[in-house]
Ligand binder design. Structure first.
Ligand code: BG6
Length: 515
């Protein structure tokens, strides 16, 4: 994270990353083509990739470097035509693409075979010698969770992660880091046998989103908000991450995972931490991560009573009729997997005692929408009690993360006229109105940070474990008991009624999604 500002990806003072090699395990996978390679292309375009740089793709399929490069080129070309995905520049700059493609080499290798690592080591040494890369290597594990520990073990055994002087060796580990509390601890123990903590970059791509990073800028770059950012003035907070997509082709992953594990201890908790953590003493990686870790330590372990699960049935989104979760390919017809989760979390510290943080996320909901909504307390005396209640509203500060990127402040104002009546209005700020944004898929900052050794936006072992600790009792309860009412919300709706009832019990209501 460049503290000078990253809104434009290339800031005038941002420097090129040092010469190095990037090794991508999972070179033929979805993540590589959809996000990692497009992010490298974007970084190259804005001059942040090293002049001397090599990308080595490793995967089990026997193919040539040309075949790998061509496959990636076809994908980005299609992405440009379709405009649907994360990567949609107006056109591919072929000169820039060719420069990137020229840096790419493909190595066939089974992730579990020792020989693959010998071949990779030899290729790395050859490329390093030829291009003078200084012995620096970033390994990107864009693979399924079951390979993380195994690859790190084998990199260690092949002597590929020993650091010598400024010849650093770093490893990016993708999500999910573990699938519960015990497996997260076990994975940390395993990788820490080979690597030092400061060599490990545990990615959560939500921290690559500009608007998530902006929560810190809003809170700590302004004198206005911090004095009211506590239990004295805040009634409660709602964090919403809703999606319109369903399980798509990912049933094999999603069936044993579900919405809670897929989204909460990682993405939603990152947003929670940015919103609720204490101010760090500096933007030094450990100063920020210490505060995030402190916050996670203060989040009370959840009770299943404070959690609601849901599963989508058939329904309609944008006029399109969609099947229910149980009818999706690869999903069991009596699946107990939740596609929606809502939680009431509590933070046991001085600042937040008594302020509930409600979290909800789900698939096949009415809108794709992510926001943090902070509800302020009512004025101490209801001077305007004669104003019709439907016109007056709460004071909300809404941090819109996606797809709208902005900040809205809702408050009550006088309606013009000879009588005193109020109406809830909004002050709005939109990123797009203020900043020229370079095309970005959300991985640019994260990859650049790894190349420059800035771990601020990555998870430390203690944070990952604390997050799983918080949700573990709910995972256990949901695995142990089959939910009788599934499916319990229609595709295209706002989620199950039970989630509304959870807030009603507290005398509150969810904000309308996307309102
Ligand atoms: C991934 C989850 O980590 O995040 C997906 O596995 C989810 O299920 C995705 O759809 C959401 O990310 P984004 O950036 O599209 O909001």
């Amino acid at each position: 994270m460049s503290v000078q500002g990253t809104h434009d990806v290339a800031h005038p003072t941002a420097k090129r990353a040092p010469s190095c090699a990037l090794v991508i395990f999972g070179a033929g996978g979805d993540l590589t083509k959809r996000l990692v390679v497009p992010a490298l292309y974007n970084l190259l375009k804005v001059g942040l990739l090293p002049e001397r740089f090599a990308v080595i793709g490793v995967d089990h399929n026997d193919r040539t470097t040309d075949d790998w490069r061509n496959g990636l080129h076809n994908f980005v070309e299609d992405a440009v035509k379709q405009k649907g995905g994360e990567f949609h520049p107006a056109a591919i700059d072929e000169q820039a693409w060719n420069r990137l493609a020229g840096m790419m080499t493909y190595v066939t290798g089974d992730f579990l075979e020792t020989d693959s690592y010998k071949r990779l080591g030899a290729k790395l040494a050859e490329i390093d010698r030829a291009q003078q890369l200084g012995g620096r290597v970033l390994f990107y594990l864009a693979v399924a969770e079951r390979f993380f520990g195994a690859i790190v073990d084998r990199l260690g055994a092949a002597d590929l992660v020993v650091e010598r002087g400024d010849a650093w060796r770093r490893v990016i580990i993708e999500k999910p880091f573990g699938h519960d509390y015990a497996s997260a601890i076990a994975l940390n123990t395993q990788v820490l046998k080979t690597l030092h903590e400061d060599q490990i970059y545990r990615i959560d791509h939500f921290l690559g989103k500009e608007t998530v990073q902006n929560i810190m800028a809003l809170r700590f770059g302004n004198g206005l908000f911090e004095p009211i950012w506590n239990r004295d003035r805040i009634d409660h907070v709602q964090i919403t991450v809703t999606e319109t997509v369903g399980v798509e082709t990912r049933a094999r992953f999603y069936e044993p995972t579900g919405a809670l594990r897929d989204m909460v201890p990682n993405h939603l908790f990152q947003i929670l931490a940015m919103t609720a953590m204490e101010p760090p003493v500096s933007f030094d990686a450990d100063a920020v991560r210490d505060k995030r870790a402190e916050l996670f330590a203060a989040v009370r372990t959840l009770s299943p009573r404070d959690a609601v699960r849901g599963q989508y049935g058939p329904g309609q989104i944008d006029g399109k009729t969609l099947p229910g979760y149980r009818q999706e390919p690869g999903v069991a017809p009596d699946s107990n997997t939740e596609t929606f989760a809502a939680l009431r979390t509590t933070i046991d510290n001085w600042r937040w005692a008594g302020v509930p943080f409600y979290l909800r996320t789900g698939k096949r909901l009415a809108h794709r929408y992510t926001e943090v909504a902070i509800c302020f307390k009512e004025p101490p005396y209801a001077l305007f009690r004669d104003t019709p209640v439907d016109r007056i509203g709460d004071n909300w500060l809404v941090l819109e993360i996606q797809p709208n990127e902005g900040i809205r402040l809702r408050f009550n104002a006088k309606v013009p006229g000879p009588y005193m009546t109020l109406e809830n209005v909004a002050l709005s700020f939109n990123y797009a109105d203020w900043f020229r944004q370079a095309p970005a898929v959300g991985y640019e900052t994260l990859i650049y940070d790894c190349l420059t050794g800035d771990a601020t936006l990555f998870q430390r072992a203690d944070q990952v474990e604390a997050a799983w600790r918080v949700v573990q009792p709910v995972i256990d309860a949901w695995v142990a008991t089959k939910k009788p009412g599934f499916p319990d919300y229609a595709a295209g709706s706002a989620g199950p009624d039970e989630a509304d009832a959870m807030l009603r019990r507290d005398g509150r209501a969810w904000r309308k999604i996307g309102a």
